[in-house]
Ligand binder design. Structure first.
Ligand SMILES: Cc1cc2nc3c(=O)[nH]c(=O)nc-3n(C[C@H](O)[C@H](O)[C@H](O)COP(=O)(O)OP(=O)(O)OC[C@H]3O[C@@H](n4cnc5c(N)ncnc54)[C@H](O)[C@@H]3O)c2cc1C
Length: 360
């Protein structure tokens, strides 16, 4: 289980309202008023209905930055487990997965069963229920491609129902769920293809590492193994012995620019060569945040104050290098990077994780 270290035991969860740092992969965040663990969908709903506000839903803690003062309310830990096949035919299978199921356990199971669709998302920390929140993606795959519906508890209406994928507003690292307190994800349905082979490999780096061309298919287990290897090389698989993994993964999203901002970037980066860019719909262009950060003068390992640093393996990851750094130090480093990139290229970087009781 990749994020085991961020998942204390249920009894301890119930008994000890302590610092939230122990529940996050960054190992940062002050205390909560109350911490409640919920081990099933019914328990999650009951916990939300009876909790003293404000409420923070927390699962693997791998995409949150929690402020040093902590959280002045109730933290509900999503600890429901399980997956079951709810529909199948000759070519596909639909699995319903409880929100607290560790994501990489699910990916490993699907690869083992010969169900294609999640293999390139191997090694991503956290829970299954959090994957729709920011439409988790990596190496050319996104969960939006396989999610068919998301079962939620709607805190506004007080109802429990399913939202079809088409209504989830999935976008690059976004959905209707991100930054919104309204919906608590209880389970997620994925429709996967029965196939011993992956989908066509879309990501050039992955194709190179697999020794195939973009568009080729490879055995599912090969795709998973190579993705895990590539991720480990970048500190992107949780490893208690590697301080580079005390992070939230990528701290900034790749900025999506309108034509005028992209032209300004090209002008300002003329002597550096063109930035890696991916044209999108409506003339928008997504550019590499890692490239911008690097060219703005921040190299891998760049230290901030108080024990934080850019990962020694990946320019996009900000880490709690010392293990004892504070959220304020991390956000100060993030602000320096954001401002310097803006001054140099006219592009504003935005954080990928959810900031809780703190701001950038
Ligand atoms: C080393 C590392 C590598 C990473 N690599 C990637 C990557 O390649 N691609 C990628 O997309 N992300 C990546 N991430 C980010 C993160 O792992 C994912 O976003 C993951 O889905 C977060 O899951 P979690 O359970 O840890 O969510 P948490 O951090 O616990 O929560 C994140 C947000 O979702 C909300 N939330 C969580 N569960 C629920 C629920 N059941 N209902 C409603 N809201 C909920 C929380 O309130 C919070 O706002 C990486 C992180 C790390 C540390």
């Amino acid at each position: 289980m990749p994020d085991a270290s961020a998942q204390p035991t249920t009894d301890a969860d119930r008994a000890i309202p302590g610092p939230l740092a122990g529940y996050t992969t960054l190992r940062m965040g002050g205390p909560a008023e109350r911490i409640v663990a919920a081990g099933s969908a019914d328990e999650i709903v009951r916990a939300v209905q009876t909790a003293e506000e404000p409420v923070l839903i927390l699962a693997g803690g791998s995409n949150v930055v929690i402020g040093d003062p902590g959280f002045p309310g109730t933290v509900i830990l999503v600890r429901s487990r399980g997956l079951r096949v709810v529909d199948e035919d000759a070519g596909s299978v639909t699995v319903r997965v409880d929100a607290g199921e560790p994501w990489d356990d699910l990916v490993a199971a699907t690869v083992g069963n010969g169900w294609a669709g999640l293999e390139c998302l191997s090694g991503i920390p956290g829970s299954t229920g959090a994957t729709p929140i920011q439409n988790v993606g990596a190496y050319g795959q996104e969960v939006a491609e396989t999610i068919t519906s998301v079962e939620v508890y709607d805190r506004v209406e007080g109802t429990r129902h399913s939202i079809p994928a088409a209504d989830c507003g999935f976008a690059y690292r976004g959905s209707i769920f991100k930054y919104v307190d309204r919906w608590v994800v209880l389970s997620v349905d994925f429709r996967l293809t029965r196939s011993p082979l992956s989908g066509p490999v879309r990501y050039a780096e992955l194709a190179r590492a697999l020794g195939v061309e973009v568009g080729d298919q490879v055995p599912l287990a090969d795709a998973r193994a190579v993705v895990l290897r590539l991720r480990a090389g970048k500190g992107m698989v949780l490893d208690a012995t590697d301080p580079d993994t005390r992070s939230v993964g990528s701290f900034f999203t790749n900025p999506v620019l309108d034509r005028a901002t992209y032209d300004l970037l090209l002008e300002r980066s003329a002597e550096l060569g063109d930035p890696p860019a991916w044209p999108g719909a409506d003339g928008l262009v997504k550019v590499s945040a890692a490239w911008l950060i690097d060219k703005a003068g921040f190299t891998k390992g760049h230290p901030g104050t108080g024990g934080v640093a850019i990962s020694s393996k990946h320019t996009l990851a900000l880490t709690n290098r010392s293990g004892t750094a504070h959220t304020g130090d991390l956000l100060a480093l993030a602000a320096t990077i954001r401002d310097q990139v803006h001054d140099r290229f006219g592009v504003t970087l935005h954080p990928e994780p959810v900031l809780v009781n703190c701001a950038l």
